[in-house]
Write a protein that binds this ligand. Structure first.
Ligand code: CP
Length: 335
């Protein structure tokens, strides 16, 4: 019996270059015009979902989550199905993604089967490493450093409510965490205005802040850093907060519960903001800790608009990264 070696025809380099690599590991992976494109496409996807029922037809998406999720998991799953694609969810909460084999090997397996890889991880480097090796787009669904899908959905929510994002002023109060980092970078890319009030020692990552300020120099964005929450909400169109204790920082809970109370978003604090200012939270909320029931349940709260918009915006992201303009499979550029 003769043996045969099956070889896929090599893809010419010129053809590979027509399909540039595009991941969403960080908001920095997107250009301002791509962010604007995601806003416009999300508007259309939300208004007329029936027009996009086959946009991901024949595409399979893999999701690996090292941390729990309600919104991110369900909005990706519903979003992929709504675009005619299919999805596999892998519960990775029992061990880190690279516990059984290397990220490089995982990446080179997945790229043979799926059109996009969605990762929720502890280490940001895990998302970066899979993106480095995989010849399929990688989407950060939350890492310790960033939560880009959340920030894009939040800015889409602000766009729906206020229009021109360059004129919108967002006040973020509380912990300098991954959500804040992605909001900062998005505001910078959009030329928007953001004010941040965090306790001393709990501010944003300094490298992210430097990069956001550098981007702001080009886009005209305004970034203001302070510790006084009342000052931060003055003149704000939206007041945003998040958990005082992020996933992975549970051992600091007692210390944080002593430091963060002045940053609680309550009626007294909202009274320092203009009457039109809305309340935002990425959820899950710790009611009567970082926000009171009275505020999150008030007519000023748009938290469920944010949650709904996760799905519309992630559909737009998937169409941008895994649609027809995504990277094409090839064996020639493996690490
Ligand atoms: N906001 C957010 O990412 O929610 P989940 O943790 O439920 O996905």
């Amino acid at each position: 019996m003769s043996s045969h070696t099956l070889t896929a025809p090599a893809m010419p380099q010129a053809e590979i270059n027509q399909y540039p690599r595009q991941d969403l590991v960080s908001i920095r992976d997107l250009t301002p015009s791509q962010i604007d494109g995601i806003m416009q496409l999300s508007t259309r996807l939300k208004a007329r979902p029936e027009d996009f029922r086959t946009a991901l037809s024949g595409k399979h998406i893999a999701m690996f989550f090292e941390k729990p999720s309600l919104r991110t998991r369900l909005t990706f799953e519903a979003g992929v199905c709504g675009l005619g694609g299919s999805v596999s969810f892998v519960d990775q909460t029992h061990e880190r993604l690279d516990a059984r084999e290397t990220l490089k090997d995982i990446a080179h397996n997945l790229e043979r089967w799926v059109s996009a890889i969605v990762l929720r991880t502890f280490a940001h480097a895990t998302v970066e490493r899979v993106a480095e090796f995989a010849n399929a787009p990688v989407i950060n669904a939350l890492s310790e450093l960033e939560h880009p899908c959340q920030a894009l959905a939040d800015y889409f929510t602000l766009y729906e409510r206020f229009g021109d994002l360059k004129k919108v002023r967002l006040a973020y109060l509380g912990d300098g965490n991954n959500v804040l980092h992605s909001l900062l970078l998005t505001a910078a890319q959009l030329g928007s205005k953001i004010r941040i009030a965090t306790p001393e020692g709990y501010g944003a990552n300094s490298q992210i802040l430097i990069e956001a300020l550098e981007i702001a120099n080009h886009t005209g964005a305004t970034i203001e850093i302070m510790t006084d929450p009342r000052r931060a909400v003055r003149g704000a169109d939206a007041v945003y907060t998040d958990a005082w204790v992020s996933m992975g920082h549970e051992l600091e809970a007692d210390e944080r519960s002593r430091i963060f109370p002045p940053y609680q978003v309550n009626d007294k604090l909202m009274a320092c903001a203009p009457s039109h200012a809305v309340f935002m939270h990425c959820l899950p909320a710790h009611r009567n800790q970082e926000v009171t029931d009275a505020v999150i349940d008030s007519v000023r709260s748009i938290v469920f608009d944010q949650a709904e918009n996760r799905m519309h915006v992630q559909k737009a992201i998937l169409m941008l990264l895994a649609g027809s303009a995504s990277r094409m499979p090839t064996r020639s550029n493996h690490a």
